[in-house]
Design a protein around this ligand. Structure first.
Ligand SMILES: Cc1cc2nc3c(=O)[nH]c(=O)nc-3n(C[C@H](O)[C@H](O)[C@H](O)COP(=O)(O)O)c2cc1C
Length: 279
């Protein structure tokens, strides 16, 4: 496999920038939406300028515009602006400063509380909320909606970062936000105006052939693409002041041992407490 180094083309072509190397994109024309998606980066350093309530409402309208399983609409968002509450949440989930420093911390609450209330109000039972399928439905739909929200925020010149660390201490979020049975905090999205001094760029992704398979799953594509990516991401981080970065190390730490779950190995118990036994 020849070495692929970032070429000058990578600086101006949004697709090349995403992969960290010039790649063919055929005849398809870029749209402004795709350009925005290709330019995504997580923002963890914010200016103090507030995100307005009107902006939050627009962002949530974009989130609600996402496709929804059976149009059930089984997620909610708690928008946290209060400085003390953001600080308490930040401390409870491991001290992420971007939660405390965000203008607004949107906590994505998966769940069927609203749906269950409606069904109960009709005198009917809810028999299926303890099944894994419904846990998946609400978690999947939450993720789809939240990505719409983050992209909408980015289109307004804002920035943000998903915060899965809320699942490192779901009980703290449940208490802090008063979350009832049949709800669960799946992640947060910290939003604000990006501080331009943040040393972060567009992080290259795996070569496309690692993830795009045709007709059937290619069980061999991983080996060569992983080697290419290991080098490319290492170069990216070296260029951002972090030498010796290894993506394979990250994967190994994350899925190689229980410690990599950062305390989330008791997730089923936390879910069960909230009504999601996930059988
Ligand atoms: C569901 C989800 C949870 C995440 N949780 C965290 C988090 O807790 N802390 C954090 O710093 N970044 C978090 N991230 C951001 C990822 O680290 C980031 O998207 C990834 O490294 C790629 O970088 P980029 O978004 O800048 O392209 C999360 C992303 C997702 C999708």
């Amino acid at each position: 496999m020849p070495k692929m180094h970032a070429s000058p083309a990578a600086a101006s072509d949004p697709v090349a920038r995403r992969y960290g190397v010039a790649v063919g994109t055929g005849r398809a024309t870029l749209s402004p939406t795709i350009e925005l998606q290709l330019g995504h980066r997580s923002v963890r350093l914010f200016l103090t300028t507030p995100v307005t309530d009107d902006q939050v409402e627009l962002i949530i309208a974009a989130a609600q515009s996402a496709s929804q399983s059976s149009n059930l609409q089984v997620w909610s968002v708690v928008a946290v602006r209060n400085a003390d509450r953001k600080r308490r949440i930040s401390e409870a989930i491991g001290g992420q400063p971007y939660v405390a420093d965000s203008s607004v911390f949107l906590v994505w609450v998966a769940g069927f509380r609203r749906a269950a209330n409606i069904v109960h109000s009709r005198g009917a039972q809810v028999e299926t909320l303890g099944y894994l399928e419904n846990t998946l439905v609400t978690a999947v739909d939450s993720g789809i909606a939240a990505q719409n929200a983050l992209l909408a925020a980015e289109s307004l010149g804002l920035g943000g970062v998903f915060v899965g660390a809320v699942r490192s201490n779901p009980e703290a979020l449940i208490t802090e936000l008063g979350l009832p049975e049949y709800t669960f905090p799946v992640f947060g999205v910290a939003l604000g105006h990006p501080d331009p001094s943040e040393q972060a760029g567009i992080k290259p992704r795996l070569p496309r052939r690692a993830v795009l398979h045709h007709e059937q799953y290619d069980t061999t594509a991983w080996r060569e693409t992983a080697a290419v990516y290991e080098e490319r991401l290492g170069e990216y981080f070296a260029g951002h002041g972090k030498d010796g970065y290894s993506w394979a190390d990250i994967l190994t730490n994350r899925i190689g041992s229980i410690e990599g779950l950062h305390g989330r190995d008791s997730m089923r118990a936390s879910l069960t407490d909230q009504g999601f036994a996930s059988d």
